[in-house]
Design a protein around this ligand. Structure first.
Ligand SMILES: Cc1ncc(COP(=O)(O)O)c(C=O)c1O
Length: 352
């Protein structure tokens, strides 16, 4: 049985959160001289002399409507990277606890674990189809394991993790299961946010950095039970989402039609790349993708990387990642960029 209090770090349960000026005064007033702001105005314009809403109320209300969850089931972070770090700090005691993840996967789980002095246990995804070997995973759960990170669709492999495997992990583990859905908007499978009620140990991460095209604004989301979200709110830096990000995100949320069109175009372009690249001499395999990138195995990734760079095209060389030997991760670009890539790779000199 999942028991939240028993896995939260005791110091977090005990601590008092920071109380901001905006928290302490509620009501109406005309003179705000309680937060050491510059009341003369802002050199950046607008109302940027004022601290932003620490609870991001308007933004959460709108996101809640769109995602069919309650506003207090949403945590907003300075990118989902902030949510990853705070989840570790919420549940894992430095030098004592551990997390479990499935490489090849997103690198920040490991970086955050190392920063927080949390042991990282790893079970490799299956070699042929990058899936979770459920039996092995359940055997690798230790008393110190507090969080399991599942990235689906997975970065850098691009595939979604089977729902049945995820469900088995959710049911077989008494700690927190984080499903990182950064790329969910490009996948056909539904989000796990639909199943939050069923699993009190589930945290779903999403981000505005991918489909929404807002990587520069830094806005990530965590969805979970009201109890888990209130603990994340307790430990976050008070003003972690700046005012312009809150305003711009609120406006972007009204552009659902444009979002749909952009996703459709990216999916069409992904399809085009998925068909064109395997026909090329230099390409060994193009892995199926549910994301806005594809993983491509070539004969010699370093040579191809250098060659593309000479042509002014930057891809991500994932060759040094175990399980991704000779693989390049290629983001889906615009029609013109993708044609440029295909043209360049077609002209890659044949070597014996
Ligand atoms: C799987 C995954 N999770 C999280 C992130 C971080 O997203 P954000 O920009 O919201 O910090 C990335 C970024 O590439 C990612 O690939």
């Amino acid at each position: 049985m999942f028991n939240l209090e028993s896995i939260v770090r005791p110091n977090v349960l005990k601590m008092k959160p920071y109380s901001s000026a905006r928290d302490e005064f509620k009501g109406t007033a005309t003179v705000f001289i309680d937060a050491n702001e510059n009341n003369l105005g802002s050199l950046a314009g607008k109302n940027y002399n004022r601290y932003p809403d620490p609870h991001q109320r308007k933004l959460k209300e709108r996101i809640a409507e769109i995602k069919s969850v309650l506003p207090n089931q949403i945590f907003l972070g300075n990118g989902s990277d902030e949510a990853i770090d705070l989840l570790l700090r919420l549940f894992c005691r430095p030098g004592q606890d551990a997390l479990l993840s499935f490489p090849p996967t997103y690198g920040m789980y490991e970086v955050s674990a190392n920063l927080n002095e949390v042991r990282i246990d790893e079970v490799q995804l299956t070699a042929d189809d990058f899936q979770i070997p459920v039996e092995k995973v359940l055997q690798n759960i230790k008393p110190e394991t507090k969080i399991i990170f599942i990235c689906s669709p997975n970065n850098p492999t691009g595939n979604s993790i089977n729902a049945k495997s995820i469900e088995a992990v959710l049911r077989g583990f008494e700690g927190v299961v984080v499903i990182d859905e950064a790329y969910i908007d490009f996948a056909e499978s539904p989000s796990w946010t639909n199943r939050l009620k069923e699993f009190p140990n589930l945290v779903v991460l999403q981000t505005f950095s991918k489909a929404w095209g807002m990587a520069g604004l830094r806005l990530g989301l965590a969805f979970a039970s009201v109890e888990i979200i209130s603990l994340l709110d307790k430990i976050k830096p008070p003003y972690n989402i700046n005012e312009s990000t809150q305003e711009l995100a609120l406006a972007a949320l009204e552009k659902s039609e444009e979002l749909k069109f952009m996703i459709e175009e990216i999916l069409q372009e992904r399809e085009l790349l998925t068909k064109a690249l395997p026909t090329l001499y230099a390409v060994i395999e193009v892995y199926p993708s549910d994301a806005n990138f594809i993983l491509v195995k070539v004969k010699d990734a370093q040579e191809m990387y250098n060659y593309l760079l000479e042509k002014g095209i930057v891809v991500r060389n994932r060759s040094s990642v175990p399980g991704c030997q000779n693989c390049l991760r290629i983001s889906v670009g615009t029609l013109e960029e993708n044609q440029q890539l295909i043209q360049a790779m077609t002209n890659f000199p044949i070597q014996d």
